[in-house]
Ligand binder design. Structure first.
Ligand code: NAP
Length: 254
């Protein structure tokens, strides 16, 4: 296997039915990886799996709610049972919330963001790290956000959750580096996905323009541009990299 290959690797991606996760699943499958897609969205997940398999790839779908530890456990049992040991886990499932100042955000919204974006990553990391320890190694890739490395006004609950993801990434990377397990994070800015289309739909024209041109490239990222970086992380070309954040933001945080 060449250093830049993912062929034959079993890659589990949560939230793989839509947006960044779906583009990543398509790209990895096209490059020969075996892909398990875990998602709440059964309809889109199964449709994507059908498309990948029709195009000659190897994929399967498993319904999961990453915020529920038993559901995550069942996902790992099913994924390992069907496609074998997991080489890479991509913790991509996530939610955001309507843009509001902190005082206007309901406690329930904060708790939901923590439940999906932090607890979900936590449960999946626990399953993956235990499994990878037994198998002599692996790679966990956590999808955080630029909101996980800098202020995100009106997105404080989301930002708190995404900062936690970066913290989990760094600490676990240092703890497990000696066991041939890498842990890295990816931090995109605004990317054209259903999540961002929903945010755009809530803004007036001025707000939309401001969001789209919030980086020096003056455009949204495309899901394919994030998928490409994640796919590179899945290869041995990134083998000396652990505990870091790959920032894909059109220059926003430069
Ligand atoms: P998306 O299109 O909304 O896709 C997210 C997927 O995750 C959906 O299929 C969603 O299912 C699923 N999901 C939600 N809650 C879940 C749960 N509890 N358990 C399992 N699956 C669940 O989002 P995206 O924009 O591609 O975002 C993917 C990741 O990138 C997220 O972690 C997000 O925070 C991060 N990110 C996105 C951007 C951006 O601009 N798009 C920027 C920075 C970071 P449903 O459709 O049923 O909800």
């Amino acid at each position: 296997m060449s250093d830049n290959s993912v062929a034959g690797k079993h890659i589990l991606i949560t939230g793989g039915a839509s947006g960044i996760g779906a583009e990543t699943a398509l790209l990895l499958a096209k490059r020969g990886a075996k892909v398990t897609i875990g998602d709440l969205n059964e309809v889109d997940g199964k449709t994507l799996v059908e498309r990948i398999n029709d195009e000659g790839g190897q994929a399967r779908f498993c319904k999961v709610d990453v915020s529920v530890s038993q559901s995550v456990e069942a996902l790992f049992v099913s994924a390992i049972g069907e496609l074998g040991n997991i080489d890479v886990l991509i913790n991509n499932a996530g939610i955001d919330h309507d843009p509001k100042f902190l005082l206007e955000i309901e406690d329930a919204t904060f708790h939901k963001n923590i439940a999906v974006n932090v607890n979900g990553v936590w449960y999946c990391m626990k399953q993956a790290l235990g499994h990878m320890l037994e198998n002599g190694g692996g790679h966990v890739i956590n999808i955080s956000s630029v909101a996980g490395i800098r202020a995100a006004p009106t997105l404080s609950a989301y930002s708190a959750a995404k900062h936690a993801v970066v913290g989990l990434t760094k600490s676990a990377a240092v703890e497990y580096a000696r066991y041939n397990i890498r842990v890295n994070a990816v931090c995109p800015s605004f990317v054209r996905t259903p999540m961002v289309e929903h945010v755009l739909s809530k803004l007036n024209e001025r707000g939309q323009k401001a969001l789209i041109s919030a980086n020096p490239m003056k455009r949204l990222g495309e899901p394919q541009e994030i998928a490409g970086a994640i796919a590179w992380l899945c290869t041995a070309e990134s083998s000396f990299m652990t505990g870091h954040t790959v920032v894909l933001d059109g220059g926003m945080t430069a």
